[in-house]
Each structure stands twice: as C-alpha cells, then as structure tokens.
Design a protein around this ligand. Structure first.
Ligand code: NDP
Length: 260
C-alpha cells in the first residue's frame, strides 16, 4: 500500500479488535492518503463508540458503514452506500476481517456453532466480495501500472493458523476450535478459488494470519502473544509489500509463509 497511491479501503468488523486498530493505524500514520470505509454491524451501540470517536476525529478520511456480513441486505445496502461515495467507483482494498470464534471440540460443537461460524467466517466474506467486486474490478482496470498490489485492487482475507490443516496436530490440542478451524480452512479455499477466477482481472487475493493477539477474541492480557498494535503494524507492512508473486499466499503478520 503505497501511501501515495492507496485511495479506498473497506474493512469489515472495524468497531473493535484488529479491525479498529487497522482503521486507526491507516489514518494516523501521517503519510496516509486513503479513505477508509469502516464496516460495523451496529454503529450506534456502545461497543462502536471508539470507532465513532475516531471517525469524528478524522471525518474526511473515515466513513462508518453499517455492515452485518451475515445479512445479505445489509451487505448490498453497504455496497450501494460505499459505491456512491467512491471516487470513480473504485475500491482498491477489501479487508475481510469480521469473524467469530465459538470454542469447542467435535463432541461439544453444536449445529448452531457450525452454522454461525460458516455464516460469518465464510459466507460473510463471500457476500462482501460479491457485492464489492464491481468496484474492485474498476480499480484494477483503471490502474495503468502492470502487476498486482494492495494499492491497485486486492482482497485480504484475515484467517488464522487454526485454519491450517497441516498445523492441526499442533494447534487443535492447544486450542480446540472445531467450527472456527473448519470455517477458516474454507475461507482459505475461498481465497484460492478466487485467485484462479480473478487473476485475469488483476485482483490479488491473499490470506493473512494476524498472530495470536490480545483482543476480545484472542483472550486476556497475559495469555496471547502480542497486542493489536504490533499485529496490525505487521499486517499493514506485509500488505504494503505484496505483489502478484504473493497472489494466493498464506502469510503471517511477519510475512512468513504458512502451510495450508
Ligand atoms: P474481535 O472478537 O475482537 O472482533 C471481531 C470483530 O468482528 C468485531 O468488530 C465484531 O463486531 C465483528 N463481527 C463479528 N460478527 C460480525 C458480523 N456478522 N458482521 C460484521 N461484523 C462482525 O476479534 P479480532 O479483532 O481478534 O479478530 C479479527 C479477525 O482476526 C477475525 O477474522 C479472527 O478470526 C482473526 N484472528 C484473530 C486472532 C486473535 O488472536 N485475536 C488470531 C487469528 C485470527 P461486533 O462488535 O458487532 O461483534
């Protein structure tokens, strides 16, 4: 994400955790030249107050958008609203960050856990990609530079090491999250299918693992490895360096390649 080139970014689940930190770092970096559309399913709730305050402080470069990724009407309404605001109808970067994590093993996971995990972590990104695709295509088409980048047209799917099938022997015993792991492995597949489908359009699709981060999802102060600030610094640094060589890569917040 070259600060001089990046124009428009949509981040889902931007009212707390990693999403909020991403919006914050993007607009407070000093050299930022972007407009951030901060997706939030309940903008008027008290949990969204930090985002609303940030948006008020940076009203020229943040637009809070009501967006519940599990609700098709909400996603299409958000796409209409953002689309009307986008310069030239171009969206350069979509970050599918919203997610949920029901903890449990095969034996304790309920049907509802499976359904809600899929609805949020797989169908959510799919709905958002489908609705915002025309804007990503426009951004890719109108960019004169060859190759791929996050400042041209890209989708970043925030996944997790728990979605790595190769790593399950290590991760599952340590943190059993049956529904979550299966849904994120599906998100990884969604990414790879998209790579093949949209290569010719010039839209890059990359999967990123943010590390084990101290957020509501990642857990309390003492247990997780890093704070949201460190994770997001890493994620944004990785995003800035991505080219077509990483199209379809699964990377962590330090830029290390992860096994599927
Ligand atoms: P949090 O639980 O702190 O935040 C989750 C965010 O997703 C919230 O903004 C929440 O909004 C939003 N969200 C949930 N459901 C929906 C929905 N239906 N529509 C729109 N937004 C929704 O999680 P993190 O910030 O820690 O996680 C962000 C991403 O990073 C997730 O995809 C997660 O899987 C991934 N990740 C996190 C790790 C960690 O250690 N924290 C490790 C690996 C991956 P609301 O406030 O309305 O609930």
């Amino acid at each position: 994400m070259d600060a001089n080139k990046l124009q428009s970014i949509l981040i889902t689940g931007a009212n707390r955790g990693l999403g909020l930190e991403m919006v914050k770092q993007l607009v407070e970096s000093g050299s930022a030249n972007c407009h951030v559309y901060a997706g939030c399913r309940d903008p008027d709730a008290s949990k969204s107050k930090p985002l609303q305050e940030l948006a008020k402080k940076h009203s020229k470069v943040i637009t809070v958008v009501k967006l519940d990724v599990t609700n098709p009407t909400s996603v299409s309404d958000a796409a209409k609203k953002v689309g009307a605001h986008l310069e030239g109808g171009r969206l350069n970067l979509l970050v599918n960050n919203a997610g949920i994590l029901p903890r449990g093993t095969l034996q304790t996971t309920t049907e509802q856990d499976m359904q809600s995990s899929f609805d949020t972590n797989v169908m959510g990104p799919l709905r958002v990609i489908k609705e915002f695709l025309p804007y990503l295509c426009k951004a890719a088409k109108s960019c004169p530079q060859p190759g791929m980048s996050c400042s041209k047209a890209a989708v970043i799917n925030i996944s997790t090491l728990l979605g790595s099938i190769t790593k399950i022997p290590e991760t599952y015993n340590f943190y059993p999250a049956f529904a979550y792991s299966i849904s994120k492995a599906s998100l990884n597949m969604l990414n790879q299918c998209s790579v093949n489908e949209f290569q010719k359009e010039g839209i890059m699709f990359v999967v990123l693992h943010p590390g084990w981060v101290r957020t509501d999802m990642g857990g309390p102060e003492a247990s997780a490895d890093i704070d949201a600030s460190e994770s997001v610094q890493g994620l944004l640094k990785v995003m800035r360096t991505l080219t077509e060589k990483q199209n379809g890569a699964f990377l962590d917040y330090k830029g290390n390649l992860l096994p599927w």
